[in-house]
Design a protein around this ligand. Sequence first.
Ligand code: 13P
Ligand code: SF4
Length: 305
Amino acid sequence: MDKEELKREILNLKREKNAAILAHYYQIDDIQEIADIRGDSLALAIEAAKLDTEIIVFCGVKFMAETAKVLCPDRKVLIPEIESVCPLADMATKEEVLKKKEKLGNPVVVSYVNTNVDVKTVSDICCTSANAVNVVRSVEEKRVLFVPDRNLGSYVKEQLPEKEVILWDGYCPVHEEYSIEKLEKLKKEHPEAKIAVHPESPKAVRDAADFIGSTSGIINYVNNTDAGEFIIGTEEGILYELRLNNPDKRFYIIGNSSVCTNMKKITLESLYKALKEEVYEISLDKSTIELAKKPIERMISIKRS
Ligand code: 13P
Ligand code: SF4
């Protein structure tokens, strides 16, 4: 099947099977194009919970599909590529979190949504990059163990000097690649460009930015900023939405290219197979769902930053 046929077949199968396709902004353009909902990890979690289709096909990494399953336990949640995982999420295990928490005298555990579901079961509240500051501000306790992204955690810490934020030593291998040297090189080539970066970026890069925010935060910033050029510090899948909304603006990715290979494992072929064969199903036991639901729902009740 050629690409257009494949897209038509996917949409037919989706209708036949009463399914919805959710896609993160880092997915390949063809998948973003045919998705019912595109979004950042917070929006996709919230929208998944509102869907009434029998099947949810989650085009993103595994922790995102798990979050959808926790919020919609009665629905069949599929991920087209079981190997589409987030290396940042794999940098913290439930056992390590429990050990560190005990060693630190039981601080509140705030876990980034980029964690595997078992870490969520031992977390007090979750956050995404869109609401992390508001989430940490919302907890009564002063001491917070922030798991697992040290860059997002240090960004939160800078915004909330009244809190004692204890950082985990995890990082996103994609955003960690950005350096002030790469950014300055681009800025020299495009001196008029505004700089918008994701908070998973290192501090030196964040400090040089005009705007720091989640993928949807960056999209809103670009949509609402009257400039012709932007230097973008996040995965290049975001360019699909940026160009769709701003055909006359120009975009430069820090390092010229930035790819999350795990997000890119999902293809039109694997999405077609997912719908046809109803694979790969996310299945979680009841107690995991019950325990992980609390910090996720607590997060959803907090507004975005
Ligand atoms: P957002 O929550 O900003 O969509 O980011 C998710 C992610 O994986 C960032 O690398
Ligand atoms: Fe994980 Fe980084 Fe990929 Fe986001 S970009 S899914 S944090 S590896």
